[in-house]
Design a protein around this ligand. Structure first.
Ligand SMILES: [Zn+2]
Ligand SMILES: [Zn+2]
Length: 386
């Protein structure tokens, strides 16, 4: 969209301003103020304070009544110490926009300004700026605090940059695209003893080792080979010295899957494996198993609309409608559980990967992503006579 490409330099400046002031979950105060000030300067009304720092700006089309849709960008940064030497690098040690949410905000702001200047559509667009996508589920909090009651809408759409795929291609798939994300902690309770007299204790180290090994059988032997799941133990903590069997060992890790059935199955098998192994060893256990983000699943009709808008932006040849599902998680899933919608990734070409200390959002993507948003609005909110 030429009007958006013509403002590329100014948009890159916004993005770099946001990049330089990264803020993490629910603390996006400077970020939220920057975004709100821009939205108001476009003449939009801004609703503040949803999920703390979250914002929703609303724009009514000039062609009258029509459906309402939501376009969502995430605002938070990560607890990573930026390792780039860019002039716009993070001003806050230990925090960094390493997932491109600075770019997501900019693309949505660019689209909001363009649509505010050219409101040639019928219906309503809600621009949703969400806090705390990383780990803390800001999307869930926005839904719980009434996002879709305060701003009723027929569809909601999300977009994420995606390094190391051909620049400008849009990637997506119908149904599950990102995995659900659960965490676990197991305390293996044994009985400490002299290391040379194991018969007088119950060894939680050996028990924990059996648990780690047995957990591998869940994906290998309990989940159907046609389904996907991950059970990864990421931490083992126990013991302090050479010659003492400790009382306890703690295991922690994460579980990923794509369907409710597999998610339930893995949790049930997880509990059975831990209890069974501990029983065999005479040890006790305490399990904390928390379900975090659900799987992100695109809705068929809305996914079709998103692909059409992507095709209108970059040509159908650059749209990949059967992208391989990703075992990472994304909290836009909560919005897609509440309202039909679709989520696409926008490829940014070669570069550092997401969540890497060398990462920087590719500013060339800004007009592409902004054009996608505008095309989506034009595709969905046609006036009656159009
Ligand atoms: Zn991320
Ligand atoms: Zn992200």
């Amino acid at each position: 969209m030429p009007a958006l490409h013509a403002r590329k330099g100014e948009l890159a400046h916004w993005r770099r301003t946001l990049h330089a002031m990264p803020e993490t979950a629910f603390e996006e105060h400077r970020t939220s103020a920057f975004v709100a000030e821009k939205l108001e300067s476009f003449g939009l009304s801004v609703h503040r304070g949803l999920a703390g720092t979250g914002l929703v700006a609303t724009l009514h089309g000039a062609r009258g009544e029509g459906p309402a849709i939501g376009l969502r960008a995430d605002m938070d940064a990560l607890d990573i110490h930026e390792a780039t030497n860019l002039p716009w690098r993070s001003d806050t040690p230990g925090k960094m926009h390493a997932c491109g949410h600075d770019g997501h905000m900019t693309m949505l702001l660019a689209a909001a300004r363009h649509l505010a200047e050219n409101p040639d559509f019928a219906g309503t667009v809600h621009f949703i700026f969400q806090p705390a996508e990383e780990n803390e589920g800001g999307g869930k909090v926005m839904v719980e605090q009434g996002l879709f009651d305060l701003f009723p809408m027929q569809g909601v759409y999300g977009l994420h940059n995606w390094p190391n795929a051909p620049f400008g291609s849009f990637l997506g798939r119908p149904g599950p695209m990102f995995a659900s994300f659960d965490i676990f902690e197991v305390k293996v309770i044994g009985r400490g003893a002299h290391a040379a007299m194991p018969q007088r204790g119950i060894d939680p180290v050996v028990t924990a080792a059996h648990i780690v090994a047995q957990l591998q059988s869940i994906v290998a032997r309990s989940v159907s080979p046609q389904e996907a799941a991950v059970v990864t133990v990421t931490q083992i903590h126990g013991g302090d010295t050479w010659n003492v069997i400790p009382d306890e060992v703690v295991l922690r890790g994460t579980v990923r899957s794509f369907t409710r059935e597999v998610r339930d199955l893995v949790e049930q098998r997880f509990r059975a494996v831990v209890a069974g192994v501990c029983a065999a060893q005479g040890a006790g256990s305490e399990i904390r198993y928390e379900r975090r983000y659900p799987a992100l699943a695109n809705h068929d009709g809305e996914f079709g609309h998103a692909l059409a808008a992507a095709g209108a932006t970059v040509g159908a040849g650059q749209v990949v409608p059967d992208f391989e599902p990703i075992m990472a998680a994304e909290d836009f899933a909560y919005m897609l559980e509440a309202v039909p919608g679709a989520y696409l990734c926008l490829a940014s070409g070669p570069g550092a990967n997401l969540h890497n200390a060398q990462y920087d959002f590719n500013d060339e993507l800004i007009p592409v992503g902004a054009s996608y948003w505008v095309n989506l609005v034009h595709g969905l909110l046609r006036s009656a006579e159009a």
